[in-house]
Design a protein around this ligand. Structure first.
Ligand SMILES: Cc1cc2nc3c(=O)[nH]c(=O)nc-3n(C[C@H](O)[C@H](O)[C@H](O)COP(=O)(O)OP(=O)(O)OC[C@H]3O[C@@H](n4cnc5c(N)ncnc54)[C@H](O)[C@@H]3O)c2cc1C
Ligand code: FES
Length: 284
């Protein structure tokens, strides 16, 4: 049997403070924070549990992917305001005291420049883990060959243009970035899976690609189905609700596939086994 999942060795509870809050899109912010401690370079796709230190946040912190790690150590988070936890963070001011537990989770697999090109599918705020993912792929992860810009395509979808958070910043990374909106207010009218199918039909994306996706569950289910039908390697970053973030509460259980690599136990914990899973490991 596999070892009991445990929080990563480098995870700590940090006192932190807000450095800046900038509005982003119709209902989001970019929250920049400084933690009281030295963080090494963070792998894209890892996350922190965040809350305010005062009583204005719910007691249970909320998980957020690291959007960017700035050269001066500042961490940026791209946050969609959903309810009390996200609102309390969005309403902080420079100097507001925070508690940040992390870095947590495993993050993206190595994006290797050798092998099939990469297709990244982001749904709304599910774009957050891709910014550093693209940057690290461009630089070369874990000593792997860097991924050339023309071997990555980002498909970024949302209900409407105002929910394509920080779209221009993604475009500025230099990777082909295509928008899809349900209402057609930007780019393709439809969802990212439909847009990918269209790009395949037009021969603008190679048939054999490796797929990464992050977004709402129905989108991830559609991505997993598509990848299964086409027999593509596919990794999903899940946004399961979380209680502790460190493997204790079982609040983030994800059903495993018995025949998959995690199949010796019926559930995996998204916070410590994920949040990135290969589609052959989990049942959505
Ligand atoms: C690993 C990970 C990384 C994440 N990264 C980001 C990020 O970078 N940016 C970001 O904005 N959000 C991210 N999320 C989602 C974020 O944690 C939730 O939106 C947040 O916890 C909502 O808290 P709240 O108190 O504002 O809303 P709540 O009151 O807790 O929820 C408001 C509404 O949203 C629903 N909801 C809450 N959490 C989720 C969820 N995870 N999935 C679907 N519906 C949910 C609730 O059922 C409720 O209807 C991430 C989640 C995970 C697990
Ligand atoms: S959130 Fe508590 S075990 Fe994963």
């Amino acid at each position: 049997m596999a070892a009991m999942p445990a929080p990563p060795d480098d995870a700590r509870s940090y006192a932190a403070e807000t450095v800046r809050v900038e509005a982003c899109g119709d209902d989001g912010v970019i929250l920049s924070i400084r933690v009281d401690g030295a963080l090494g370079p963070l792998r894209a796709g890892r996350f922190f549990m965040l809350r305010r230190a005062d009583n204005l946040s719910p007691a249970i912190p909320r998980p957020f992917s690291v959007y960017r790690q700035q050269a001066d150590g500042t961490l940026d988070f791209l946050i969609k305001v959903m309810g009390p936890g996200t609102r309390a963070l969005a309403e902080t001011r420079p100097g507001t005291e925070l508690v940040a537990v992390g870095p947590l989770g495993i993050g993206w697999n190595t994006l290797d420049g050798a092998g099939d090109p990469w297709v990244m599918l982001a749904g709304g705020i599910g774009s957050a883990p891709f910014f550093m993912g693209i940057e690290q792929a461009q630089q070369g992860m874990d000593g792997a060959q860097p991924v050339a810009n023309d071997r990555m395509t980002l498909f970024y979808g949302a209900a409407t243009a105002g929910l394509l958070y920080d779209f221009e910043a993604f475009e500025a990374l230099g990777v082909r970035t295509l928008a899809a909106t349900d209402d057609g207010t930007r780019g393709f009218r439809g969802n990212v899976v439909q847009l990918l199918e269209e790009e395949w039909s037009a021969g603008r994306v190679p048939e054999r690609v490796r797929v990464l996706a992050c977004g709402p569950d129905p989108m991830l289910q559609a991505v997993a189905r598509m990848a299964g039908e086409r027999e593509l390697d596919c990794w999903l970053s899940l946004e399961t609700m979380m209680g502790c973030g460190v493997g204790i509460c079982n609040g983030c259980a994800v059903e495993t596939l018995p025949e998959g690599p995690l199949g010796d136990w019926p559930v995996a914990k998204c916070c410590v086994d994920g949040p990135v899973f290969k589609t052959d490991a989990i049942k959505l």
